[in-house]
Design a protein around this ligand. Structure first.
Ligand code: NAP
Length: 497
């Protein structure tokens, strides 16, 4: 299966024009180390140009009725649909995830386009009784202005659509900095916006490093909101910088997600769920399962079944339809995983499968790591507390549902959790007590649908949500409007009968 890009050098997309940048860097395919494309290393001036274009465009854009703004998103959705296969292959080439998952990710973008386009005819405010006679009261959503979005490499198109589509339909203009490892999806999406006829300046893409481009966006006075998805270290610093400027910031960050397997669970189903959510995207999902909290009565059985199925996982270049696990994104990701293997061993967890980098035939030039299982891990071990972002799972035995929930909640993150059980009482107790933004029952820790809120509690975020109608809260302000048609001055709280 082959795929090619229509250029060997990407350009920024600013004010509806493709702008060349002198300084560039190379992007490599993580499955084979081959160079794919040159990408701009933009500077602060590029950010300034993009923000100024967005600021000009936003004034007009905000006046376009929302149902008409939505028409552009419908067109974007149709273009994404037409190009789904091509985009999926490019996504696999730059990010490494297997083609089946890449198709799923592009589909998420398509779904988001149509869902958010629908918001153009909803975007509900409220009408409410006024306390005085002949007076009308309502509240409505209004755009915030220019918004900055900063996205990670692990979902290079889906997350961009989660953020840019609600921002645009709500009447904002966008400056987007994609992750350095995965600029191609940004280039392709910008082309689609252009072909859909989105007015110039409503979306602007600036390629470059987080330290330069991302930082300049965070500190730009005319950017009113930063919507960030990425690691906790970077997110915390962005939040502190935004806090000092009283700039609204939405953060979606890491996870340490667990699958709970109770003694009454369908173990074969649980194994399927664990495999998919732990080793899919090579464990490089924010919702990846990296802990399995298992009732001790079924621990041996589950472990045996899991080991059998892990050995069946095919590993290699994700463009091959038969491959189930693709590469790690880069050398830094690989080093981090290897460090955690050593940490886990030192902490006394038992390594029963994997734990090494793969080399030789089929893996030349790429970053491949064997699906890995530690067992008999303790909840407070670092491998059971910290985000590894690789195909590494720690199995933690427990004695009861209450203990399982306590272990699940005993981490600094709160993104996703899951429970396998046949008992309806346990289901409801778990969904009430699991302290995560997303809970799955009899499914793994991944598989969000775009019309529900996506995000987490505690160290995973700062209370905002991507996706769902809640995404609009990030990109709008509330305005309360009072219309007095009594023809006289009526003072609230005072002239009430
Ligand atoms: P990252 O290193 O934090 O990078 C995320 C984005 O921030 C990139 O575009 C990066 O640019 C940029 N950035 C880096 N330093 C910056 C700075 N000082 N100022 C402004 N922007 C800066 O994260 P990643 O490695 O790409 O992504 C993996 C992480 O994302 C994991 O922790 C994962 O759990 C999390 N994630 C969370 C969710 C969620 O919804 N909760 C979803 C997906 C991923 P460069 O690429 O140029 O460094």
């Amino acid at each position: 299966m082959s795929v090619s890009l229509d250029t060997n050098k990407l350009k920024n997309y600013i004010n509806g024009k493709w702008v060349e940048v002198k300084e560039t860097t190379s992007v490599f395919n993580p499955a084979n180390g081959k160079k794919i494309v040159q990408v701009p290393l933009s500077n602060r001036e590029s950010v300034n140009a993009a923000v100024s274009a967005a600021k000009n465009a936003q004034k007009e854009w905000a006046l376009v009725p929302a149902p008409q703004r939505a028409q552009f998103l419908y067109r974007v959705g149709h273009l994404l649909e037409e190009r789904k296969e091509h985009l999926s292959k490019l996504l696999t080439m730059e990010n490494g995830k297997v083609i089946e998952e890449a198709r799923g990710e592009v589909q998420e973008g398509i779904d988001m386009a149509f869902y958010m386009a629908g918001e153009g005819r909803r975007m509900f405010g409220q009408t409410t009784p006024a306390e005085l006679k002949s007076k009308f009261a309502m509240s409505q959503r209004v755009p915030v202005g220019v918004v900055g979005i900063i996205t990670p490499w692990n979902f290079p198109i889906a997350i961009a659509t989660w953020k840019s589509f609600p921002a645009i339909v709500a009447g904002n203009a966008v400056v987007w900095k994609p992750a350095s490892e995965t600029p191609i999806m940004a280039y392709e999406l910008a082309k689609i916006f252009e072909e859909a006829g989105l007015p110039k300046g409503v979306i602007n893409v600036v390629f470059g490093s987080g330290a330069t481009v991302g930082n300049a966006m965070v500190h730009h006075d005319d950017i009113r909101v930063i919507s960030f998805t990425g690691s906790n270290d970077v997110g915390r610093n962005i939040a502190a910088d935004c806090g000092r400027q009283l700039k609204k910031v939405s953060l979606e960050m890491g996870g340490k997600n667990a699958v709970i397997v109770m003694d009454d669970a369908d173990l074969d189903l649980a194994v399927e769920g664990i495999l998919w959510s732990a080793y899919g995207t090579s464990g490089q999902r924010c919702t990846a399962c990296s802990r399995v909290i298992v009732h001790e009565a079924v621990k041996e059985q589950l472990e045996k079944k899991l080991l059998v199925k892990m050995k069946e996982l095919t590993i290699g270049n994700g463009l091959d339809e038969n491959i189930k696990v693709g590469p790690i994104i880069n050398q830094a990701g690989m080093n981090k995983i290897k460090d955690y293997i050593e940490i886990g061993k030192k902490e006394g967890a038992r390594l029963v499968e994997g734990g090494y980098e793969l080399s030789g035939s089929g893996f030349e030039g790429g970053f491949f790591f064997a699906p890995t299982l530690f067992t008999d891990a303790k909840p407070d071990m670092r491998i059971a507390q910290e985000e590894i972002f690789g195909p590494v799972v720690s199995l933690i035995p427990v004695q009861s549902l209450e203990e399982a929930i306590e272990v699940n909640n005993g981490v600094s993150f709160g993104l996703s959790s899951s429970i396998f059980t046949q008992d309806v009482n346990r289901v409801f107790q778990a969904q009430r007590d699991l302290d995560t933004g997303i809970v799955y029952v009899n499914a793994g820790t991944t598989g969000a649908e775009i019309h529900l809120p996506f995000g987490g509690t505690k160290g995973t975020g700062n209370g905002h949500r991507d996706s769902g109608v809640q995404a609009l809260d990030v990109f709008t302000e509330w305005k309360a409007v009072y219309v007095d048609y009594s023809g006289k001055l009526q003072r609230a709280q005072i002239d009430v009968d």
